[in-house]
Design a protein around this ligand. Structure first.
Ligand code: FAD
Length: 279
C-alpha cells in the first residue's frame, strides 16, 4: 500500500508537502494542499484538524508557495455537527483571508451534499476566498449550479464516490457529457471553473466550449492529482493554461488509501495502469 501510494501522496509531514510544492512550482505548476483524513471521531479531533490546516496555509504562504488549502467537510466534523463544521471553515477562512490564501470546501458522497452546499452558501456570503466542488455524476448538479451565489470558483469533477443509479449517472459517457455541459453553464453564468480531470478529450471539449462562448481565458484552469498523467499537465501548461497539482499528505495516508480503494476499486486499476506505464 505504501509503495502504491508513494507516487500519489507527498509524505507524512508538512515539510515533505512543502518540498513537493517547491519542486512543482520550479516546474511551473501551482499547488493545492490537502491534509489526509475524513470522518473525524470527535470535536477535539476536528479542532486539531483546523490547527493543522492553519499551520499548513501559513507555512506555504511564508515559503512563497502559490498553494491553496482544500478540506473535506467530514474532516471538519460534518457528521458530528453541521454548526461545528461551519464554524471551523469560517475560522480557517478568516485566517486564510488574513494571509491572502484561498480555501476550498470539498465534496464527499451524496449523504453530505445538501449540508455541504448550505455551509458553502453561508460561508460565501461572508468570505471571498472560498470555493466549492461539484460532481457531474449526480443528477442534481444542474440545480445546484443554478442555486450558486454569484461569481464562485467551482472545482468541477466527475465524482469519486460510486453513487446509486437512482441519483447518479453510472456510465462514463453521460458523466463526461454532463461535465462538459455543466462547465459550459458555469462559465456562461459568470463563475470560474477549476477543471479537475485527467481526461484529455473531455478537457479539450471544455476549452472549445469556452472559446465558443468567448469566456476570458483565466476563468478556467486545470487541477490534477499528484503523480497522475504528468504529460498532460505539461501539455496544458505549454498551451498557456494554469495547472494546479493536488498535494495530499499526512499520517493518515494508509487509512485514506484503503478507504478510497474500498469506495472506488477503479482507483486500483488506475494505480496499476499508472505504475506499469511508469516502469
Ligand atoms: C484536483 C482534484 C480534486 C478532486 N476533488 C474531488 C472531490 O472533492 N470530490 C470528488 O468526488 N472527487 C474529486 N476528485 C476526483 C474526481 O471526481 C475523479 O474521480 C478523478 O479525477 C478521476 O476522473 P477523471 O476526470 O480524471 O477521468 P477518468 O476517466 O477517471 O481518468 C482519466 C485517466 O486519468 C488517470 N487517472 C484518473 N484518476 C486517477 C487516479 N486516482 N490514479 C491514477 N490514475 C488516475 C487514468 O489513467 C484514467 O484513464 C478530484 C480530482 C482532482 C483531479
Amino acid at each position: 500500500m505504501r509503495q502504491l501510494s508513494a507516487r500519489y501522496i507527498a509524505g507524512e509531514t508538512l515539510e515533505e508537502a512543502l518540498g513537493k510544492l517547491r519542486g512543482l512550482q520550479a516546474r511551473g505548476f501551482l499547488g493545492v494542499l490537502d491534509i489526509l483524513g475524513e470522518d473525524v471521531a470527535d470535536e477535539a479531533e476536528a479542532r486539531d484538524v483546523l490547527r493543522t490546516y492553519q499551520e499548513a496555509a501559513t507555512a506555504a504562504s511564508e515559503a512563497g508557495l502559490d498553494s491553496y488549502v482544500s478540506i473535506k467537510p467530514t474532516h471538519f466534523g460534518l457528521r458530528i455537527s453541521r454548526d461545528l463544521c461551519e464554524e471551523l471553515y469560517a475560522d480557517l477562512l478568516s485566517h486564510c483571508a488574513s494571509i491572502g490564501v484561498f480555501a476550498r470546501v470539498e465534496m464527499e458522497d451524496h449523504s453530505t451534499t445538501d449540508d455541504t452546499l448550505e455551509i458553502f452558501r453561508s460561508l460565501r456570503a461572508r468570505f471571498d476566498n472560498v470555493g466549492i466542488v461539484l460532481q457531474s455524476r449526480l443528477f442534481r448538479t444542474p440545480e445546484d449550479v443554478a442555486a450558486l451565489p454569484e461569481s464562485c470558483d467551482v472545482r468541477m469533477v466527475k465524482g469519486i464516490y460510486l453513487e446509486p443509479a437512482e441519483i447518479a449517472h453510472t456510465q462514463p459517457e453521460p458523466i463526461r457529457q454532463a461535465f462538459i455541459d455543466l462547465t459550459d453553464t458555469l462559465l456562461r453564468s459568470g463563475h470560474t471553473v477549476a477543471v479537475a480531470t485527467h481526461d484529455p478529450v473531455m478537457a479539450d471539449a471544455v476549452l472549445e466550449r469556452q472559446g465558443a462562448a468567448n469566456v476570458a481565458e483565466e476563468r478556467t484552469y486545470f487541477e490534477v492529482l499528484l503523480g497522475v498523467q504528468e504529460r498532460l499537465w505539461e501539455d496544458w501548461r505549454a498551451r498557456g493554461k494554469t495547472v494546479r497539482a493536488y498535494v495530499p499528505y499526512g499520517p493518515e495516508w494508509r487509512a485514506y488509501s484503503q478507504r478510497r480503494l474500498r469506495k472506488n476499486p477503479e482507483i486500483l486499476r488506475h494505480l496499476i495502469k499508472a505504475t506499469l506505464r511508469l516502469s
